[in-house]
Write a protein that binds this ligand. Structure first.
Ligand code: SF4
Length: 359
């Protein structure tokens, strides 16, 4: 039985070059094909007009070109846009486009579901389904870029890996996606536009430093008190705070850039003065800035948002001791697009939706 044609966008550069040589074609055709596949995002081989007809026929016989599609889109009153994307195997993931006066940020997913079980996160309830391919990660950015241009009439400026999944547990595909997004034959976006957000996989933070991966790094901290952090983020058991701190000291010294510590403000859980003191001690060890985040109530979760006076006291304490601490206002609450609310269910029928092409 003949094998099903292969998805050409899941091949590495070396695999494509090898296939070309074995097919009697010059290797320089690889770059031309990549420009069509990534920069121009075509969905058929016939469009590759600078390739000889014979090569286009060979490609058609051996491969298919597949793209992610937008299943539904919901629009928040505050301008945030949440999209449900259908993956190549039919699974659904979610991503969010967040406009502010200065920038438009796409929050994208790196896995379908997640294995880490953070207590405050709706994605955790989905369990881990699979890693996304580099092409599936790339497509989310293309779709977000198209939404930004077509709906908001402004270009996409930033990409954060803060949607579903732990990007450092899908390291190879995330790095491949980053390199395609930054490549001249891809979207040619600058490295400073990308932020990887990790729950704190220490081994992989060290690897990021060793590999000199061109992007910014954010760490979901949420508590600097060991027992408390383990309750909120069970990953803290195998990747304890003291190891995380050492990894971040190493990372910042090697890369020469500060990291961002994300800190969700949960009423009477991590918003007291003992929490602020622990956070100060942790954060003083390496160059960083702290992002305090308003919590959005998720009906099935036992958490409440910290009162604004409490957040203010917490923030002022950190600032008084020399730390950079900003407050991130919650966005897209009405469409469940805010932090920790991506649960991978199809968006409700009641929301306004429309489909967008991938290219
Ligand atoms: S917060 Fe991030 S790492 Fe934790 S369960 Fe949710 S998606 Fe996974």
């Amino acid at each position: 039985m003949k094998a099903a044609p292969r998805n050409i966008r899941s091949m590495s550069d070396e695999e494509l070059e090898t296939w070309l040589s074995e097919s009697g074609e010059p290797r320089f055709r690889a770059r031309q094909i990549q420009e069509w596949l990534w920069g121009k995002n075509v969905s058929d081989f016939e469009s590759m007009s600078n390739l000889p007809a014979g090569l286009r026929d060979k490609l058609k016989r051996e491969f298919v070109i597949r793209h992610l599609t937008v299943e539904k889109t919901a629009f928040s009153r505050d301008g945030t846009i949440k999209s449900a994307y259908r993956l190549l195997d039919g699974k659904i993931i979610e991503g969010v486009l967040i406009p502010t006066p200065q920038r438009i940020t796409a929050c994208i997913s790196s896995q379908a579901g997640c294995s880490l079980n953070c207590a405050f996160c709706a994605t955790a309830a989905l369990k881990m389904m699979r890693n996304l391919g580099a092409d599936e990660i790339y497509d989310q950015v293309v779709l977000a870029r198209n939404q930004a241009l077509e709906i908001l009439r402004r270009p996409l400026t930033n990409v954060v890996f803060m949607g579903m999944g732990e990007p450092l547990l899908n390291y190879k595909n995330v790095l491949r996606a980053l390199s395609l997004l930054q490549a001249r034959f891809g979207l040619a976006m600058g490295a400073h536009r990308f932020t990887l957000s990790t729950a704190g996989i220490t081994k992989m933070i060290l690897r990021l430093a060793e590999d000199g991966v061109p992007c910014k790094l954010a760490v979901s901290l949420h508590s600097a008190i060991p027992e408390k952090r383990t309750r909120l983020m069970p990953i803290n058991e195998s990747n304890p705070l003291k190891d995380l701190r050492s990894a971040l000291i190493y990372y910042t010294s090697k890369i020469g850039r500060p990291v961002t510590l994300e800190y969700l403000m949960l009423k009477n859980v991590n918003d007291q003065m003992e929490d602020a003191h622990a956070l100060l001690k942790f954060a003083k060890s390496f160059p960083c800035k702290i992002n305090l985040i308003e919590y959005n109530t998720v009906p099935s979760m036992p958490f409440e948002p910290s009162p604004s006076e409490q957040i203010d006291t917490f923030q002022q304490f950190l600032k008084k001791h020399g730390l950079i601490a900003t407050l991130r206002k919650s966005r897209g609450k009405d469409i469940e697009a805010a932090c920790g609310q991506l649960a991978g269910q199809l968006l409700p029928e009641s929301v306004q939706h429309k489909s967008l092409p991938v290219h």
